[in-house]
Ligand binder design. Structure first.
Ligand SMILES: Nc1ncnc2c1ncn2[C@@H]1O[C@H](COP(=O)(O)OP(=O)(O)OP(=O)(O)O)[C@@H](O)[C@H]1O
Ligand SMILES: [Mg+2]
Length: 412
C-alpha cells in the first residue's frame, strides 16, 4: 500500500499530531473515495464512478439517482444507510417481484494508511440459512465479521432532506441522530446502545409473561442499568464535544449547543455513574408492575431527548424557522465531522443531499468555504447546477441522468 500524501495536502499539516480543533480549524487527513462501483443498487444495474479527493457535485433531474449514489456511500457505515432502508428494499426492482436480487456497493478509498477496498451488499447464498438477513462486508478482499469493521476504516456523516423534520418529530429520531454522531467519535457506542436495547426488549417480553422468573428480570435490569448509564454518559460527552466545537466556528453558522434532557441525564449531573446505575436498577425494579401493563420501561436513556439550541439566543431549534433549523443542523453535523476527525485522526466522508438548495447564498458560500477548509470529501447533490458555481474548479461536477453518471457538459 502506498500513501498518496499529496492527496492530503489540502487538509493541512498531517505531520503535526498536536493540531486540534482549536479555533474551529481542524486539520486531519481525509479519507476519500477514488472509485465507486454499484451493482443492482436501486435504479443502477451497474455504475462506476472514478473521482479525485476533491468534493463531488452530483446534479440531475428529479428521480435520476442522485440520492441513490450518496445512499450507496452511506452503506459504507454500519446501519441501514441514510434512508434507513431494509436490505431487500435497495435491490434493483425488476418488475417481476419474484426472486431476491443481490446488490453490491464497492469503493476504493484513499486513507492515511494507503489505498483500501471496501465492499458491502446482499448475499443471496446466505438467504434462508440465517434467521435475519445481514449485509456482507469485505475489506481488502477479506470477509469481515460485523458491520463494526467498516467503522475502523472510515467514517461517514450525512445530512438529508428527511432530517429537516428532526426537530419536530419524536425524541427517538433526535436520539438516533446524536447516537450516530457519538458513534462516529467512538464506534463502541453502537454496541452499548444495541446491548441496552436488547436487554430492554427482553425484559419487556418477560414481564408480559405470567409467572416470569424475577431473577432473570433482575439480571436484565442490571444489564439495562450498566449499559444504559454508559449510553447516557457517552451521549453527554458527545453533546459536550459538539457544543464546544460548534462554538469555535466563526462566520454565519450559529454556535449551536447540544444537551440532553431526561431522568438519567439529570442523575448524571449530580452523581457518579455507579450511583446512577443503582438508581436506574432500583427504578426499574419498582416499575415492574406498571411496565408489565404498558410493555415499556419506566426509566432509562430511551426516554431522553436531545435539545439543540442557538447559543446566541438560547432559542431551541424546535422554535426556529425551517431555514434556521437547517443551518443549526448543518452546524451540528459539521461539528460532528470535526469531532470525528479529532477522535479518529481522519476526516469522514460528508454526504450532503439537497443541502445547497435549502440555504441562502450567504450560508451556502460559508458551507463551501468550511468544507474546503476542512479538506473533507463532500458529496453534494442538487437539481440546480448553478448553485454550485462557487466551487467551480474546486469540485468534480458530475451529471446523473437515466441510470448514467457523466462529467458535466461544461467540463467544470
Ligand atoms: N429498488 C429500486 N429499484 C429500482 N429503482 C428504484 C428503487 N428504489 C428507488 N428507485 C428509483 O430510483 C430513482 C432515483 O431515485 P433517487 O431518489 O436517487 O432520485 P434523485 O435523483 O435523488 O431525485 P430527487 O431530485 O427527486 O431527489 C427513482 O425513480 C426511484 O423511483
Ligand atoms: Mg434526491
Amino acid at each position: 500500500m502506498t500513501i498518496e500524501r499529496s492527496d492530503f495536502s489540502r487538509s493541512g499539516n498531517v505531520d503535526d499530531p498536536d493540531q486540534t480543533v482549536a479555533g474551529g480549524v481542524f486539520t486531519a487527513p481525509a479519507v476519500s473515495v477514488s472509485r465507486l462501483t454499484l451493482t443492482e443498487f436501486r435504479c443502477f444495474p451497474q455504475l462506476r464512478i472514478v473521482v479525485g479527493p476533491e468534493p463531488v457535485v452530483l446534479t440531475g433531474p428529479n428521480g435520476s439517482g442522485k440520492t441513490t449514489v450518496v445512499e450507496a456511500l452511506s452503506f459504507l457505515a454500519p446501519g441501514r444507510g441514510l434512508r434507513r432502508a431494509r436490505i431487500d428494499e435497495v435491490a434493483r426492482w425488476r418488475g417481476d417481484g419474484t426472486a431476491p436480487v443481490p446488490w453490491g456497493v464497492a469503493v476504493r478509498l484513499r486513507t492515511a494508511d494507503g489505498l483500501a477496498e471496501i465492499g458491502t451488499g446482499r448475499d443471496i447464498a446466505a438467504l434462508g440459512t440465517t434467521a435475519r438477513e445481514r449485509r456482507v462486508i469485505r475489506i481488502d478482499g477479506q470477509p469481515a465479521r460485523g458491520q463494526g469493521a467498516l467503522a475502523a476504516v472510515l467514517g461517514v456523516a450525512w445530512l438529508t432532506p428527511e432530517m429537516d423534520r428532526l426537530f419536530v418529530e419524536g425524541a427517538s429520531v433526535r436520539r438516533r441522530f446524536l447516537d450516530r454522531l457519538a458513534f462516529g467519535m467512538e464506534p463502541a457506542h453502537a454496541d452499548r446502545v444495541g446491548a441496552y436495547e436488547r436487554a430492554m426488549r427482553e425484559r419487556g417480553r418477560l414481564l408480559r409473561q405470567r409467572g416470569h422468573d424475577p431473577t432473570w428480570v433482575a439480571a436484565l435490569e442490571d444489564a439495562m442499568a450498566r449499559h444504559g448509564v454508559a449510553v447516557a454518559a457517552a451521549r453527554r460527552e458527545a453533546a459536550d464535544r459538539l457544543t464546544m466545537i460548534a462554538g469555535c466556528v466563526r462566520g454565519p453558522f450559529p454556535a449551536a449547543t447540544v444537551s440532553l434532557e431526561g431522568a438519567v441525564d439529570g442523575w448524571l449531573d449530580r452523581q457518579p455513574a455507579l450511583a446512577c446505575e443503582d438508581m436506574l436498577r432500583g427504578t426499574l425494579a419498582r416499575g415492574r408492575a406498571a411496565d408489565a401493563e404498558t410493555g415499556g420501561a419506566c426509566a432509562g436513556p430511551h426516554r431522553s431527548d436531545v435539545i439543540v439550541r442557538d447559543a446566541a439566543t438560547g432559542r431551541a431549534a424546535g422554535l426556529c424557522s425551517t431555514g434556521e433549523q437547517k443551518v443549526l443542523l448543518l452546524a451540528v453535523v459539521l461539528a460532528g465531522v470535526r469531532a470525528q476527525a479529532a477522535a479518529r485522526g481522519s476526516l469522514p466522508l460528508l454526504l450532503l443531499d439537497e443541502v445547497a438548495a435549502h440555504l441562502d447564498a450567504r450560508h451556502r458560500s460559508a458551507l463551501f468555504e468550511l468544507v474546503g477548509a476542512l479538506g473533507v470529501q463532500a458529496w453534494y447533490t442538487g437539481t440546480d447546477q448553478s448553485l454550485f458555481d462557487p466551487v467551480s474548479g474546486k469540485a468534480r461536477f458530475l451529471t446523473v441522468d437515466a441510470g448514467r453518471v457523466t462529467p458535466s457538459d461544461d467540463g467544470r
